[in-house]
Design a protein around this ligand. Structure first.
Ligand code: 0L1
Ligand code: MG
Length: 262
């Protein structure tokens, strides 16, 4: 690690204030070009600790930048992980207030809930499918705290991978008998199809994203407990939304998820 504990705590406060006050800031690597991956996750952990100390519950975990479409869109090359908050959870059909966000975008995702713990290293798709209780369709609303979504991977990890809101659909299915690799997803904005994809867009199969998360956490001595809700990353590029927009995502075999932005 290259940053001191004081600097990590200060940057965590800086980025969390940007979220809470809805004010975009410059990417933190401009000021700290030498920060490393451990520094970046330490800042994310410090943001999580600040929220938990104020009573926020962690609703699950997320993988980000898991599709080639997203990596290309953001000009980065590796997946990242972050956490989801209880106040970020929105019901299917919810009205989401853009006044509480900076510059939201939506991503269609496939989420997993575990019935058994998973711990890396060495976790693979077979382990994930055996440990999966069910899968559900979900839409993530990301909202980078950085000006114009201008960031690099370390800055984005520190900013809890742009996590803001998420909407979970009501149709849950066991993974057995579901062809998650070929599962089709159609994203509509205001009634027009703006993106289409299949589950394979996420690392070849969305269960690979869960395995990668278990392995990334395992490298830090952590595991995924039974019951964890995990969003596996956008199958398409992220779509910008503004007040007045309606989003509906149709998932083959898993129903629809929709929301309205006010
Ligand atoms: O969930 C994601 O893929 C978001 C990762 C962070 C990058 C972004 O804000 O698009
Ligand atoms: Mg996402």
């Amino acid at each position: 690690m290259n940053l001191t504990q004081d600097t990590i705590a200060r940057l965590a406060g800086h980025l969390e204030n940007a979220e809470l006050q809805r004010e975009a800031v410059r990417k933190i690597t401009d000021e700290y070009p030498d920060m490393d991956w451990d520094d970046a996750y330490a800042i994310q952990d410090a943001i999580r600790a600040r929220k938990e100390a104020r009573g926020t519950r962690i609703a699950g975990l997320k993988m980000g930048l898991t599709s080639f479409a997203k990596m290309r869109q953001m000009g980065v090359s590796d997946p990242v992980y972050g956490f989801l908050t209880d106040y970020g959870a929105c019901m299917d059909g919810a009205a989401i207030d853009t006044g509480t966000l900076i510059h939201p975008k939506v991503e269609a995702e496939i989420a997993f809930v575990l019935k058994a713990p998973l711990k890396g290293p060495g976790c693979h798709i077979g382990d994930v499918l055996a440990a999966t209780d069910f899968v559900v369709p979900a839409v993530e609303v990301i909202d980078s705290r950085y000006e114009n979504f201008r960031f690099d991977l370390k800055s984005v990890i520190a900013d809890n991978t742009s996590s803001a809101r998420f909407v979970v659909g009501g149709t849950h299915r066991g993974a057995e008998g579901l062809d998650l690799k070929n599962l089709g997803v159609v994203l509509e904005k205001n009634g027009e199809v703006v993106a289409t994809a299949a589950g394979a867009a996420v690392l070849g199969h969305p269960a690979n994203s869960v395995a990668m998360l278990a392995n990334m956490l395992g490298a830090r001595g952590r595991e995924l407990p039974a019951g964890t809700f995990i969003m596996t990353g956008g199958v398409t590029e992220a779509i910008a939304v503004a007040a007045g927009d309606n989003i509906t995502v149709r998932y083959q075999h898993l129903g629809t998820v929709s929301m309205h932005f006010t």
